[in-house]
Write a protein that binds this ligand. Structure first.
Ligand code: BJW
Ligand code: ZN
Length: 249
């Protein structure tokens, strides 16, 4: 039964479960795929977000400068969509593993906030958060509690506010990155869940763990750019494969 679900031998699966259960320092890197079963679209692939929208028109600083209305429209649409979504059993399993002391750190590229809503608290959001705002002119940072309406204005200086997310060509937050690198140095096992492994620098994180002798266990519905580097590839939707692995621990 398990072999059908995971497309790998039961022995290998038990091995992976044992590695997770006995890991000295277990971390996870997640991408859009972990939220797919919560009905959040992924970025790439068949029904990815980018298929109907051009990334260059939307997720770059110059896109925002040239057409802030279009960029905000896209974010408002996503905020509305994500407000209706609930964490899935994959998110819940990771939250459980943090609570039981198994998972030390959860690094996510996702901006949807679903890991925290599932109960995870040790979450490093390397690409920001869909509900966070920052001013384009001053140091103001804020947070939305409902989808934005029109073009939000800074309450301090009247300039435009933008989503506090990381667009292409922008640096990732240095404090968050310092914590990420500290965890990567300690990690003995890294779970790589639902990411295409295309976007840098996040795609390098598992490689750094591997280079230091750590073990990589991937959960994905297909092969990714990282698959050739992993020790175990557990194929299937992570909302099913993570709870099933948990059942073996
Ligand atoms: C399932 C599933 C299920 C489906 N279960 N799995 C080195 C080399 C080349 C280029 C660069 C480089 N270093 C930097 C760059 C440039 C650039 C980059 O990486 N470009 C690449 C496209 C090549 N990176 C940057 O610009 C970064 N900044 C930076 O490095 O600053 C310094 C610097 C700048 C410039 C040059 C050099 C240095 C910033 C990257 C910011 C990415 N931002 C986005 C948008 C965030 C805001 C928002 O959401 O609106 O982040 S882009 C988008 O991609 C989003 C995601 O977090 C990110 C990753 O996507 P992810 O999560 O992997 O999703 P998908 O859709 O790609 O994959 C989903 C996977 O799930 C698939 O594998 C499915 O099979 C799987 N799946 N259902 C399990 N149920
Ligand atoms: Zn301001």
């Amino acid at each position: 039964m398990l072999t059908t679900v995971f497309n790998m031998s039961e022995g290998e699966l038990r091995e992976a479960a044992e590695l997770v259960a006995n890991a000295e320092y277990l971390i996870a890197l997640t991408g859009a795929g972990v939220s797919k079963e919560s009905n959040v679209p992924t970025f790439r692939g068949e029904d990815g977000l980018w298929r109907n929208y051009n990334v260059i028109e939307l997720a770059t600083p110059s896109a925002f400068t040239n057409n802030p209305e279009l960029v905000w429209e896209w974010y408002t649409w996503r905020q509305g969509l994500i407000a209706e979504c609930e964490p899935n059993p994959g998110h819940l399993t990771l939250a459980k593993w943090e609570e039981t002391g198994l998972l030390k750190s959860l690094i996510t590229q996702n901006v949807d906030g679903l890991h925290r809503r599932a109960g995870s608290s040790n979450v490093l959001e390397v690409h920001g958060n869909l509900w966070a705002l920052k001013c384009i002119s001053c140091d103001y940072h804020g947070r939305l509690s409902a989808p934005a309406e029109g073009l939000p204005e800074c309450p301090e200086c009247g300039s435009m506010l933008r989503p506090d997310v990381v667009w292409f060509g922008e640096s990732l937050d240095s404090e968050v990155m310092a914590r990420v690198y500290a965890d990567l140095e300690k990690a003995t096992v890294c779970l790589v869940i639902g990411t295409s492994g295309i976007v840098q620098p996040a795609a390098m994180f598992p490689i750094l763990v591997k280079q230091r002798g750590g073990t990589l266990i991937e959960f994905n519905v297909e092969t990714s750019r990282l698959s050739s580097n992993v020790d175990y590839h557990i194929r299937g939707p992570s909302g099913k494969t993570l709870p099933a692995l948990d059942s073996l621990i």
